[in-house]
Design a protein around this ligand. Structure first.
Ligand code: PLP
Length: 380
C-alpha cells in the first residue's frame, strides 16, 4: 500500500533548502537539443568547450577545464600543485568533507585551520600560526562558505610569503566578488561545483580554473585517462575519468545565462529574512563585509539565546520545510580524528549555533512569510 503518496496529498507544499532551478527561457534544453541534433552526446564536444570559455570569461579567469564534479576539480588542483605522499596541506576546518577528501586521495596530510567570526572562513592569524608550525606546507585550501568570500588580501600575502600554492574551493561562491574581483580567481587554482544544490547546477559537475595554461593542459591530460600521444593506447602516467559530458555542459551553458538572476533572488531571500527576523532576540545573520559582494547561496543565522538551531529545524520540518545545520567542522569528523587543528574553537561554535534557512530561488513571498511565521512562533 502506498502510504507515502497518501500522506503527501495532505501535507503542505515542500520548501527546499536549495533545489535545481532551470531557466524560464529554456536555454538549457536548447543546448541539449543541439547536442542531440549533432549526435554530440559524448565525448566532450562544443558545449564543453563553450561552457569552459563562457565560465572563464564570466569570472575573468584565463583557462578552465570542465570536470565531472567539484571534488574532481579540487583533486586535480592538488595534483597540479604537486601535492603527493606525506605532504602537508592546510585546509579550512569549517567546510564540507569534499574540500578535504582529495588531500587523502593524494596520500597527503591535512591540517585543519579555524575560521573567524568576521568571515566564517579561514582565519588568517590561525593560518599564519600553522605556516610557522609546519615549514614544509605544500598547499593551502581555503573555502568561500555559503557564498561569503574569505578575507583574501592577508591570505594571499601569507601564501606568497611562505611560498605555498593557494587553492580556492569556490564550490559555493560562483559569482561572489571580493573587492570587485571574482572568487576562484585569486589563488593559483579555483574549483567550482555544479552539484544539484549549488547556485547553478548541471545536475552534477565541476570546473577548475587557473591562469597557468601549462598546468590546465596537464589536468586535461590526467582527467582524460592520461593517454599519451600515440595511435595505440599508451600510458606513462596514472589517469582519471573526470571529464564533463557534452550534455551536462549544455545545461551549464544555459544556467550561466541566469546566474545573475539567481544571485539577485538569493539576495532578496537573505534581505527578506533580515527584515522579518532581524528584530528577534539573540539572532545573528552571517557576516556581510563591505568588501564582499556575496552570491548569498544560503541564508545562514546563528542563535545565542533560548531558541536553539534544532528547535528551528524541527519546527520547519514539521511543516515540510527543509533547513540544515552549518557544516560540521572537519576536526570533529570521526574520519578525520587524529589530524592537527589550529584555532580556538570558532568553527565549532558556528556549527553548534548555526542554521541554514531555506534559500531556494523558487520560493514565493508567501513561502518566505510561511517560513518566517514558523520561526517567529518559537519566540512567542
Ligand atoms: C559542493 C561542495 C563541494 C563538492 O562539489 P561536488 O561537485 O559535489 O563534488 C566541495 N566543497 C564545497 C565547500 C561544497 O559545498
Amino acid at each position: 500500500m502506498d502510504i507515502s503518496r497518501k500522506n503527501n496529498s495532505t501535507t503542505k507544499k515542500r520548501i527546499y533548502l536549495s533545489s535545481p532551478h532551470m531557466s524560464d527561457e529554456g536555454y538549457e534544453i536548447q543546448y541539449i537539443k543541439e547536442a542531440f541534433d549533432t549526435n554530440w552526446i559524448a565525448p566532450l564536444g562544443a558545449n564543453v568547450d563553450g561552457f569552459e570559455r563562457e565560465l572563464a570569461d564570466r569570472i575573468g579567469a584565463k583557462y578552465a577545464i570542465a570536470l565531472s564534479s567539484g571534488t574532481a576539480a579540487i583533486h586535480m588542483a592538488l595534483k597540479a600543485a604537486g601535492v603527493g605522499e606525506g605532504d602537508i596541506v592546510l585546509c579550512q576546518d569549517l567546510t564540507f568533507a569534499a574540500t578535504v577528501n582529495p588531500v587523502i586521495y593524494q596520500n597527503a596530510i591535512p591540517v585543519f585551520i579555524d575560521s573567524n567570526y568576521e568571515t566564517w572562513n579561514i582565519d588568517p592569524n590561525a593560518l599564519e600560526e600553522a605556516l610557522k608550525k609546519y615549514p614544509n606546507v605544500k598547499a593551502v585550501i581555503i573555502v568561500h562558505l555559503y557564498g561569503l568570500s574569505a578575507d583574501m588580501d592577508p591570505i594571499i600575502d601569507l601564501c606568497s610569503k611562505y611560498n605555498v600554492t593557494l587553492i580556492e574551493d569556490a564550490a559555493e561562491s560562483l559569482g561572489t566578488t571580493y573587492k570587485g574581483k571574482y572568487t576562484g580567481t585569486f589563488g593559483d587554482y579555483g574549483a567550482f561545483s555544479f552539484n544539484g544544490n549549488k547556485i547553478i547546477t548541471t545536475s552534477g559537475g565541476g570546473m577548475l580554473v587557473s591562469d597557468d595554461e601549462e598546468r590546465i593542459a596537464k589536468v586535461r591530460f590526467w582527467a582524460t585517462q592520461a593517454r599519451d600521444k600515440a595511435r595505440h593506447y599508451q600510458h606513462s602516467e596514472i589517469g582519471y575519468n573526470y571529464r564533463m559530458s557534452n550534455i551536462v555542459a549544455g545545461i551549464g551553458r544555459g544556467q550561466l545565462k541566469v546566474l545573475d538572476q539567481r544571485i539577485a533572488k538569493k539576495k532578496y531571500v537573505f534581505e527578506f529574512y533580515k527584515r522579518e527576523l532581524g528584530q528577534l532576540e539573540d539572532i545573528n545573520f552571517m557576516p556581510i563585509n563591505e568588501w564582499n559582494e556575496p552570491n548569498y547561496w544560503l541564508s545562514c543565522i546563528t542563535l545565542s539565546g533560548k531558541v536553539k538551531p534544532l528547535d528551528i529545524m524541527e519546527a520547519l520540518e514539521k511543516e515540510n520545510i527543509e533547513s540544515r545545520p552549518v557544516w560540521k567542522p572537519m576536526h570533529m569528523q570521526p574520519v578525520y580524528k587524529g589530524y592537527d587543528f589550529i584555532g580556538s574553537g570558532i568553527s565549532e561554535k558556528l556549527f553548534e549555533n548555526g542554521v541554514c534557512l531555506p534559500s531556494d530561488t523558487k520560493m514565493t513571498d508567501e513561502d518566505l512569510y510561511r517560513v518566517c511565521g514558523i520561526i517567529k512562533g518559537l519566540w512567542k
